[in-house]
Design a protein. Structure first.
Length: 156
């Protein structure tokens, strides 16, 4: 039994190392992000995102799942549009890129702690957090930048 426990511990240690090694060292880490005046000016990765990928994360039920709460006209053919959040049509006219990044990274810093919108690039801890997301942000820095690039295409 002791051997099994050790094996489990070793597995955990190995997967932690794999996780840390897999994290993009060049990107700003969630703990380093500082949002001021509801804005986050520079790209988390230092590079612009890809809007086509961004639309994918936006729709993905496993990742962004933005569509569960936000319905946009350009995704009208997708099933299960949510109406909990406002439609994001024209959102790029209402917000600057720096504001959009702040909203996606940590909506709580922009709308206040009461908002039901999750912050997608903050480290989640606590009992209510799904095991898979403990200690990790929901999206990677690259995925956040892709989503920002997609939101930036939503002009009216
Ligand atoms: C659980 C529901 C929920 C999810 C999931 C969610 N949002 Fe939101 N979002 C909201 C709500 C509600 C608001 C309105 C702010 C408020 O009142 O809290 C909002 C506001 C916004 C706004 C500002 C819109 C405006 O016109 O003012 C943007 C941009 C936004 N969300 C983007 C996203 C993106 C991108 C994702 C996915 C990565 C996402 N949201 C996921 C609920 C959600």
């Amino acid at each position: 039994m002791v051997g099994l426990k050790h094996a489990a511990g070793l597995c955990l240690a190995l997967s932690l190392i794999a996780f840390v090694a897999g994290a993009d060292a060049a990107s700003l880490q969630p703990q380093e992000v500082r949002i001021t005046d509801a804005e986050l000016g520079s790209s988390l990765t230092g590079a612009p995102g890809d809007p086509v990928q961004g639309a994918k994360w936006f729709k993905s039920r496993k990742l962004g799942n933005c569509l569960a709460c936000h319905g946009n006209k350009d995704l009208a053919s997708e099933p299960f549009h949510g109406e909990i959040g406002p439609p994001l049509d024209g959102v790029a006219d209402r917000y600057s890129e720096a504001e959009l990044r702040a909203i996606v990274v940590n909506s709580k810093d922009v709308f206040g702690p009461e908002t039901i919108m999750p912050g997608f690039y903050r480290v989640l801890e606590g009992q209510r957090v799904l095991k898979d997301f403990q200690g990790k942000p929901i999206l990677t820095a690259e995925q956040v930048e892709d989503v920002i690039a997609y939101l930036n295409t939503l002009k009216e």
